[in-house]
Write a protein that binds this ligand. Structure first.
Ligand code: BT5
Length: 326
C-alpha cells in the first residue's frame, strides 16, 4: 500500500473522500491487505498529523489535514499538466536546488518538483544562506528543460516571480510586489526569494532548476534578517495554508510558463511590469565590482533592468542587488 517513493494510496483515497467514512473492509479489499495493515497505515497518517476518526463497524473518516506539502495533497488539490508528474518530497534536506540538480543530471523529466519541509543548507545567490525552518514556509525547486537559449534563462525567474506574486495576492489577499531581479516584497520586506540555476553549453540549455522560498507562517527570523524579512502570517495576522499558496503558485506557473514557451513572453513581461516595485523609482544597484544609481525605466526581454543614470545614459543591468531609493 505504501512503498518508498510511490504515492500513499490510502492517503489519496482518504483525501478524495475527505469528511466521509470509508469502511476498513472496503479499504482492505481495495488494496488487498489485512485490516490490521490498514489500521497500521491509519496510525502512521495520524502520526503525521492527520485527524482520522474511526468508528467501529462504520470505518474511517479523514477530518483534517496537517498542511504538509505531501505529493498526495498536491495531486489531490490541483489540476496540473506538466508540473508535479513527479514529486520528490523530503521532511528535511540540505537544499532542494542541490537535490534537483542531481536529479536533473540523472535524467529527471521536465516539470519534476523537489519539495522539503525544512532545508538545513538553503541557498541564496552567490553562496548566501536561505533561512528555511521546518513547516513554516515553502521550499521548492522545479526542474525544467526549456527550449530557450541560455541568455533567455532569466525569463524563467521572471515567470516564477509573476506566478508567486499572483498566488500570494490571490490566496492571502496581500499586496505582494516583485523586486528585480529575484525577490518578492510585502510592506517593503522580503517574503520570498528565487534562485535559478542552469546547466548549459554555449547555445543550448541542458536543464534549469528554479528554486523558490516563500516565508508563509514564520513568526520569527534570525537576527541578521529580522529587519528585512517578513512572512505572510506576520503581515496578515493569521495562519496561511501553505498548501493553498503552493498549489495556486504551481497552476499560475503553468499558465505563464506556457506563454514563455509559446513565444508569448510579452504577456509575462506585462504582468511583471504591473507587479514590479522598481519601475519608475530611483534604485541603487550593487553589482559584484560596481555600483550604479539612477531611475529604473523598464525591464527588457532578457530580464535586464534599464536604468537611466544621472549622467543621462541608459544602462542595461543584468545582475546585482537593488536597494530602492526615494
Ligand atoms: C535569494 O537569494 O533570495 C534566493 C532564495 C532561494 C531560496 C530557495 S528555497 C528552495 C531552493 N533551494 C535552495 O537552496 N534555495 C532555493 P538572494 O537574493 O541572494 O538573497 C539571500 C539573502 O536573503 C540572504 O543573504 C539574507 O539576507 C536574506 N534571507 C535569507 N533567508 C531569508 C528568508 N527566509 N526570508 C527573507 N530573507 C532571507
Amino acid at each position: 500500500m505504501m512503498k518508498d517513493g510511490s504515492l500513499n494510496e490510502l492517503l489519496l483515497l482518504f483525501l478524495s473522500k475527505k469528511g466521509n467514512y470509508v469502511s476498513g473492509e472496503e479499504i482492505s479489499e481495495k488494496f488487498g491487505v489485512s485490516r490490521t495493515a490498514v489500521w497500521k497505515q491509519v496510525n502512521h497518517l495520524r502520526k503525521l498529523g492527520y485527524e482520522i476518526d474511526s468508528v467501529p463497524r462504520v470505518g474511517y473518516c479523514l477530518k483534517k489535514s496537517p498542511d504538509l506539502l505531501l505529493p498526495e495533497e498536491i495531486i489531490q488539490n490541483s489540476r496540473l499538466e506538466f508540473l508535479a508528474r513527479k514529486i520528490y518530497y523530503y521532511p528535511s534536506i540540505g537544499s532542494t536546488n542541490d537535490e534537483a540538480k542531481k536529479l536533473a543530471q540523472n535524467g529527471a523529466p521536465h516539470g519534476t518538483l523537489v519539495i522539503a519541509e525544512e532545508q538545513t543548507g538553503g541557498k541564496g545567490r552567490l553562496g548566501r544562506r536561505w533561512v528555511s525552518p521546518p513547516r513554516e514556509g515553502i521550499w521548492l525547486s522545479i526542474i525544467l528543460r526549456p527550449s530557450l537559449e541560455p541568455y533567455e534563462a532569466p525569463r524563467i525567474t521572471m515567470t516564477c516571480a509573476v506566478a508567486a506574486a499572483k498566488a500570494i495576492r490571490k490566496v492571502a489577499g496581500i499586496d505582494c510586489w516583485i523586486k528585480w531581479p529575484n525577490d518578492l516584497l510585502v510592506e517593503g520586506k522580503k517574503v520570498a526569494g528565487i534562485l535559478t540555476e542552469m546547466s548549459a553549453d554555449m547555445d543550448s540549455i541542458n536543464f534549469v532548476v528554479t528554486g523558490i522560498g516563500v516565508n508563509v507562517n514564520n513568526t520569527d527570523f534570525p537576527a541578521e534578517i529580522k529587519e528585512t524579512a517578513t512572512s505572510l502570517k506576520l503581515v496578515s495576522g493569521k495562519n496561511v495554508e501553505r498548501l493553498k499558496i503552493l498549489t495556486e503558485f504551481l497552476s499560475q506557473f503553468e499558465v505563464f510558463y506556457r506563454y514563455l514557451e509559446d513565444g508569448e513572453f510579452g504577456k509575462v513581461l506585462e504582468e511583471w511590469r504591473q507587479l514590479s516595485c522598481n519601475l519608475g523609482r530611483r534604485v541603487r544597484i550593487i553589482g559584484r565590482n560596481s555600483e550604479l544609481e539612477g531611475l529604473a525605466l523598464d525591464v527588457d526581454d532578457d530580464g535586464a533592468l534599464l536604468v537611466k543614470t544621472d549622467g543621462g545614459t541608459v544602462e542595461r543591468v543584468l545582475s546585482g542587488d537593488v536597494s530602492l531609493r526615494e
